[in-house]
Ligand binder design. Structure first.
Ligand SMILES: NC(=O)c1ccc[n+]([C@@H]2O[C@H](COP(=O)([O-])OP(=O)(O)OC[C@H]3O[C@@H](n4cnc5c(N)ncnc54)[C@H](OP(=O)(O)O)[C@@H]3O)[C@@H](O)[C@H]2O)c1
Length: 331
């Protein structure tokens, strides 16, 4: 069987370069499942890996692509049979292990999920790691008992992948959502169409230098970290919870303990990469049930084949793309 893949290899000068390659594949090894990949996604991590602008790839050569979905074409794991539609996200795919930018991927059976009813590979990859992370954040808030009647929920980076999906799902579930934005004039319309009842300028949130601000948020989903997370924590209401899942602002967190010891605020860590199977399975079933049909077309702003990936990855990092881009490795 012929495999066609985008491969990241050494450029011989300390850097990396993406290269399209074909090779003959032997049958999958014991415990592994071959997936005919119809769709993958283009995440921030993927763009860093393909362009070589970030240290994502941990061994060379490697097929990038942290998400993949398609149909089982051969299986050396008794839990999977040819013809099943499956997906995999995270687990080091596209970082330590070969990922989804190929027409045929061999994936450990332990890392695969059967795509739940209501989703197909294209829908699953429109959501991808961003959708999984958004849903894990919402489930964490729910687990802390937060309900729509508790008050406003703040979502940072709401124009991005994780934030937009979290905003759409929370608004549909009846929560009063406020979207935090670095460009409220440019993004206001988009954020309101996703369901935001208010749009807050990031500069306004960050302006206060007080150790504790007025208690406002019943909960928050934060993709930013850094000063943004600090500002969210100190404006979270008594007993509120903040799901922290990203570092779009900074990986550092300089804050104080007042929100924790005076207001009982909870800081909830969210990881989608090594999230246990039972929890990710629950999250994907929730996405299949709760994500609205119209949301897919709204979020999906482009598709690209393997040849177009280097240019698309560079455009994403240069801020020229928005929404979710699908990758079709067989195109
Ligand atoms: N924990 C996990 O498992 C997991 C999974 C997926 C992603 N992530 C992380 O989550 C973050 C978001 O991922 P994504 O895929 O949603 O990225 P994305 O589509 O690139 O969106 C990032 C968003 O962050 C906002 N942003 C940019 N610079 C900012 C700053 N300095 N301060 C505050 N907000 C800023 C932007 O909104 P504005 O337009 O308002 O600037 C943008 O909408 C990334 O850090 C990513 O690594 C984590």
């Amino acid at each position: 069987m012929q495999q066609r893949a985008l491969i990241i290899e050494s450029d011989g000068q300390g850097g990396t370069r993406p290269q399209l390659q074909q090779r003959e594949l032997a049958l999958p090894r014991l415990g592994r499942v071959r997936v005919e990949v119809s769709h993958s996604g283009l995440n921030y991590k993927d763009a860093l890996a393909v362009t070589g602008r970030g240290r994502i790839v941990r061994r060379l050569p490697l097929i990038p692509g942290i998400d993949l979905a398609g149909v089982v074409s051969a299986s050396a794991d008794p839990r999977f049979v040819p013809g099943q539609t499956v997906l995999a996200t995270g687990w080091g795919l596209g970082e330590e292990f070969d990922g989804g930018y190929t027409n045929q991927a061999d994936v450990a059976g332990d890392q695969l999920l059967v795509i739940p009813e209501g989703l197909d590979p294209a829908k699953a990859m429109t959501l991808g790691t961003a959708g999984l992370t958004a849903m894990l954040s919402i489930m964490a808030l729910e687990q802390r008992g937060i309900i729509p009647e508790d008050g406003e929920i703040l979502i940072s980076g709401a124009s991005g992948g994780v934030g937009s999906i979290a905003l759409l799902l929370l608004a549909r579930a009846g929560y009063r959502c406020v979207a935090l934005s670095g460009r409220p004039e440019a993004q206001g319309d988009f954020l309101r169409r996703l369901g935001a009842q208010g749009v807050l300028d990031r500069a306004e949130l960050l302006a206060s230098k007080r150790p504790l601000d007025s208690a406002r948020w019943a909960g928050a989903v934060d993709v930013a970290g850094g000063a943004t997370l600090h500002a969210i924590l100190k404006s979270t209401a008594y007993g509120g919870s903040v799901a922290a899942c990203g570092l779009a602002d900074s990986a550092e967190l300089a804050t104080n303990v007042f929100p924790f010891i005076l207001r009982g605020v909870n800081l909830l860590g969210i990881d989608s990469v090594h999230c246990p199977v039972h929890r990710r399975s629950e999250a994907w079933h929730r996405l299949a049930r709760d994500f609205p049909e119209a949301g897919y077309a709204f979020l999906r702003t482009g598709t690209v084949g393997l040849e177009g990936l280097p240019a698309a990855a560079a455009a994403l990092l240069d801020g020229e793309l928005h929404g979710r881009w699908l990758v079709e490795p067989g195109r």
